[in-house]
Design a protein around this ligand. Structure first.
Ligand code: PMP
Length: 412
C-alpha cells in the first residue's frame, strides 16, 4: 500500500468513483486489467446518463422547447470540452462519431473516395488495429490505390528509416496508430507527421489508445485527422471523436446523408450544412456524448500528468514482476510505452491463461487483439494482455503475478 501513497493521486478516492470495482467475480474481488479494451465508468458518467434521461431527454438543435435547448447546450458543451482536451483550434473541427472505427471509416470514405486515384499510396504500419487497416484496404481497392506498410523491429518499434523509404510523391495519406493496443508501444507521431507533410501527404492518427494516457495536442502534432473512442477514456460506448483540420474537413464531401447534415433539400438538389454538422447525419448519440463530457471533466480534475505518472509506475512495477517469471516473455518491451503489458508464456496458450485468471477474478484480454498482421509478424497466435488504468493498484499487480504463477503450476 505504501507504494500507492508515492503517487500524486488519491487512489482510494478514485476507486470509490468506479462502482464496478467493488464487485466480485467467481467469489473473488474483481481485478480489472482489461482497460485497453474498455475502461470502467465513473459514477459521474453513470449519473450524467441517468440525469439526461430523467430530466431533459430531447432531440437537439432544432427544438425550441426548454428540454431541447438544455439537451443542445449539454451536447455542444461536450464538443467544447473535447476541443480543449486535445487542444484543437476550432470547436467545429470536432466531429462526433460512434468511435475510432467510424472516424477512420469517415475519412477513408469521404476524403479517400473524393481524393484518391489510381497509383496513389496510403501508408500504414505493421502495428495497426484492424480498424486502421480494413477501411484503407477497401477504399484503396475501389480507387486503384496501393497500401504500403511500415515494418517494425522485433520489439514492435516503428522503423522510421523504413518509413522514410516508403514515403514518396505518390503518398497521399499516412494513417498510423499513436499507441499500439496490442503492445503498448508509442509511435513517434510528431516526426511521422513532419516527414509526411514534407512530401505533401496528410496524416491520420489513431488515438484510440493514446488519448487516455498521453497529453494530446493536435496543433502541436500538426495532425490532419485524429480519432478516439469515448469508451476508452472512461466515457460510454457508442460515442467517439474525429478531429480534422478545418480547411480539410471543409473540402470533404459528406460521409452519410440524412437529417441534420443538410442546409436545404429539394428533389433536385441538396445543399449541405456547415461544419461540424455536415458530418453528423441523423439524431446523434446525445446521452452518451454528454456523458463523455463528464468523463473528460474527471480526467482533467485528477490531472493527466498525475494519471500518467501513476500509470508509468504501475507499468514499471508490472514489467519487472512479469520479467521475473522465467517462462514469460513480454512482447514489445520498449522504453516508450503506455501502460500495457502483453506477454506469452512458453507452452501455455493465451486462452487458457485468460480462463484460469478469470477463475481467480482477474480480467485480462487474450488473443490477437484485432492486430492479426502484427501477431503474424511477431510469429505468435496471440498474447495475454494486462492493461492498467488510473484506478489500478500495485496490489492488483501482485494478485496478477500470483495468478499467473498459479496458472503455470497448473499447466505444467
Ligand atoms: N484502434 C485501436 C488502436 C484500438 O485499440 C481500437 C479499439 N480496440 C480501435 C482502433 C477501434 O476502436 P473502437 O472499437 O472503439 O471503434
Amino acid at each position: 500500500m505504501s507504494k500507492n501513497v508515492l503517487s500524486n493521486i488519491d487512489l482510494s478516492a478514485i476507486r470509490q468513483q468506479f462502482p464496478i470495482l467493488d464487485r466480485q467475480v467467481k467469489g473473488k474481488q474483481l481485478v480489472y486489467l482489461d482497460n485497453a479494451a474498455t475502461t470502467q465508468k465513473p459514477k459521474a458518467v453513470i449519473d450524467t446518463l441517468t440525469d439526461y434521461y430523467s430530466r431533459y431527454n430531447a432531440n437537439i438543435h432544432r427544438g425550441i422547447h426548454t428540454l431541447a435547448e438544455e439537451a443542445t447546450i449539454a451536447y455542444e458543451s461536450t464538443r467544447e470540452k473535447v476541443r480543449g482536451f486535445i487542444n484543437a483550434k476550432h470547436v467545429e473541427e470536432i466531429i462526433f462519431t460512434r468511435g475510432t472505427t467510424e472516424s477512420i471509416n469517415l475519412v477513408a470514405n469521404s476524403w479517400g473516395r473524393s481524393q484518391l486515384k489510381e497509383g496513389d499510396e496510403i501508408i500504414i504500419s505493421t502495428l495497426e488495429h484492424h480498424s486502421n487497416i480494413v477501411p484503407w484496404q477497401l477504399i484503396a481497392k475501389e480507387k486503384g490505390a496501393n497500401l504500403r506498410v511500415v515494418p517494425i523491429g522485433d520489439n514492435g518499434e516503428f522503423l522510421f528509416d523504413e518509413y522514410l523509404k516508403l514515403l514518396s510523391a505518390n503518398t497521399r495519406m499516412v494513417s498510423v496508430v499513436h499507441a499500439s493496443n496490442a503492445l503498448g508501444v508509442i509511435n513517434p507521431v510528431k516526426q511521422i507527421i513532419e516527414a509526411a507533410h514534407r512530401m505533401g501527404a496528410l496524416v491520420m492518427v489513431d488515438g484510440a489508445q493514446s488519448t487516455v494516457h498521453l497529453d494530446i495536442d493536435v496543433q502541436d502534432l500538426q495532425a490532419d485527422f485524429f480519432a478516439f473512442s469515448g469508451h476508452k477514456v472512461y466515457g460510454p460506448t457508442g460515442v467517439g471523436v474525429l478531429y480534422g483540420k478545418k480547411e480539410i474537413l471543409e473540402s470533404m464531401p459528406p460521409f452519410q446523408g440524412g437529417g441534420e447534415m443538410i442546409r436545404e433539400v429539394s428533389f433536385k438538389e441538396t445543399t449541405f450544412n456547415e461544419l461540424p454538422y455536415k458530418f453528423e447525419a441523423g439524431t446523434p448519440n446525445i446521452a452518451d456524448t454528454i456523458a463523455l463530457g463528464s468523463a473528460l471533466d474527471l480526467i482533467t480534475s485528477i490531472g493527466k500528468l498525475n494519471i500518467r505518472h501513476h500509470e508509468d509506475e504501475l507499468l514499471a512495477y508490472a514489467t519487472n514482476a512479469l520479467l521475473s517469471i522465467e517462462s514469460l516473455r513480454i512482447m514489445g518491451n520498449t522504453p516508450n510505452k503506455v501502460s500495457v503489458c502483453s506477454f506469452v508464456i512458453d507452452g501455455v496458450h493465451p486462452q487458457d491463461i485468460g480462463i484460469l485468471l478469470d477463475n481467480q477474478g482477474i480480467a485480462v484480454r487474450t488473443g490477437h487483439h484485432c492486430t492479426q498482421p502484427l501477431m503474424a509478424r511477431l510469429g505468435i497466435p496471440g498474447t495475454t494482455r494486462a492493461s492498467f488504468a488510473m484506478y489500478n493498484t500495485f496490489e492488483e499487480i501482485d494478485i496478477l503475478i500470483a495468478g499467473i504463477q498459479k496458472v503455470i503450476r497448473m499447466m505444467k
